[in-house]
Design a protein around this ligand. Structure first.
Ligand SMILES: Cc1cc2nc3c(=O)[nH]c(=O)nc-3n(C[C@H](O)[C@H](O)[C@H](O)COP(=O)(O)OP(=O)(O)OC[C@H]3O[C@@H](n4cnc5c(N)ncnc54)[C@H](O)[C@@H]3O)c2cc1C
Length: 189
């Protein structure tokens, strides 16, 4: 969601003019479900992960309604096309020129086409038996990114969300022909 928010915020940039962003908003297997947050900057102590799942979805739909949220679907396969990828869910298929995978480090990971990138998580205890996708600075293969704990980060909310925001700036930079790009809103003077 963090990645989608930053991508959504680039709507008015000339380089984003012909770009579309969508997110498969599965949410049923999120680490946020059951979590309680007291140690995250900007999030009021006592906020639950369940609340963040709901407010995050609302923030995305109300602030950046052009970002398409695909609900109640689970990705089952990601396969390369001549340009871009075919994304299969349990209900539909979609194509996209760039894909970001951010589905957490469960060892039950099973997305056809991506299983070959799975390796043991490098920064979580071996006994937890978690996995990550092989990547270099979040890039798994051309136009295929991984974000969050699945990218190899330790499990802290701010780290996972920051990772998603970072991947968004990588994509904005890609859209902007390699010129480093980010989106900052400012208070009116
Ligand atoms: C009990 C608990 C307490 C915690 N407390 C804290 C805390 O106090 N402070 C802190 O900083 N961090 C805390 N955390 C850690 C924090 O919640 C995680 O680090 C963070 O949520 C990881 O984000 P992520 O995006 O990598 O994964 P997730 O938040 O797990 O998101 C992955 C998403 O992918 C979806 N998904 C899975 N499979 C598919 C599929 N095939 N297709 C489509 N979508 C799919 C899931 O439904 C989920 O919505 C806690 C975690 C837990 C479990």
């Amino acid at each position: 969601m963090s990645c989608a928010l930053v991508l959504g915020s680039a709507e008015s940039k000339p380089y984003a003019k012909d770009k579309k962003t969508g997110i498969v908003m599965h949410q049923k297997a999120s680490a946020l479900d059951g979590a309680l947050f007291n140690n995250v900057l900007g999030i009021a102590p006592g906020t639950t992960g369940k609340e963040i799942l709901e407010t995050g979805r609302k923030q995305l739909s109300e602030t950046y309604p052009h970002v398409v949220q695909i609900n109640n679907e689970k990705v089952t396969s990601v396969s390369p096309l001549d340009t871009g990828f075919l994304i299969q869910t349990n209900k539909h298929s979609y194509s996209s020129s760039v894909v970001v995978v951010a589905i957490g480090p469960s060892n039950l990971f099973n997305i056809e086409g991506l299983n070959k990138y799975v390796e043991r998580h490098q920064n979580l205890p071996i006994k937890k038996d978690r996995i990550q996708l092989k990547n270099k600075d979040h890039l798994v293969a051309k136009n295929l990114y991984v974000a969050g704990v699945l990218a190899g980060w330790r499990s802290q909310f701010a780290t996972a969300a920051g990772s998603g925001a970072h991947v968004a700036t990588e994509i904005l930079t890609l859209w902007n022909d390699g010129q480093t790009s980010m989106v900052h809103d400012s208070e009116p003077k």
